[in-house]
Design a protein around this ligand. Structure first.
Ligand SMILES: [Zn+2]
Length: 156
């Protein structure tokens, strides 16, 4: 399936193909429930520009020491396409991770242009690139395109 570009949450570098991405989070048992944290999208180990034992992925030993959490992780491909969206919705329904984190991941993986525009909406709006009538961070495709055009113009 076609590639897209994402930004690694660890190193800030580009993840330029689905096969290079890795989705991971940490979870621990809290009473009868599982409490998750730290959902993120990073370079898969072999694709990472970083060195070291864990590269862009979680240092599972350090994270376990913090609060007893263990790692849950999957290739980005697992959360890609219609089946991937369904898996993310399933994750959302389980209430294991903060809802806002799962929603953000859904937008990053499934809304065209969102990943590259998401850090720039406020700047584009402040600069008058578009008037927003949507909930902050929940923009239309036209607004996302305007933001990306604004970004290109300002980086030129
Ligand atoms: Zn990375």
């Amino acid at each position: 399936m076609k590639t897209a570009t994402w930004i690694c949450d660890t190193c800030g570098g580009e993840i330029s193909d689905v096969s290079q991405g890795w989705v991971e989070w940490l979870t621990r048992v809290d009473g009868d429930e599982r409490a998750g944290r730290g959902l993120r999208l990073v370079h898969h180990w072999p694709a990472s520009p970083k060195q070291g034992k864990y590269r862009c992925q979680y240092n599972t030993e350090d994270e376990h020491k913090k609060d007893g959490s263990t790692l849950l992780d999957s290739p980005l491909e697992h959360f890609w396409g219609a089946d991937g969206l369904m898996r993310l919705l399933g994750l959302l329904s389980e209430d294991e991770l903060p809802k806002a984190d799962v929603i953000e991941m859904i937008k990053r993986l499934h809304i065209g242009g969102y990943e590259l525009a998401r850090r720039h909406f406020e700047g584009a709006i402040a600069d008058g690139a578009f008037d927003t009538n949507t909930k902050p961070g929940f923009h239309t495709q036209a607004q996302i395109k305007t933001t990306l055009d604004w970004l290109r113009k300002n980086n030129a």
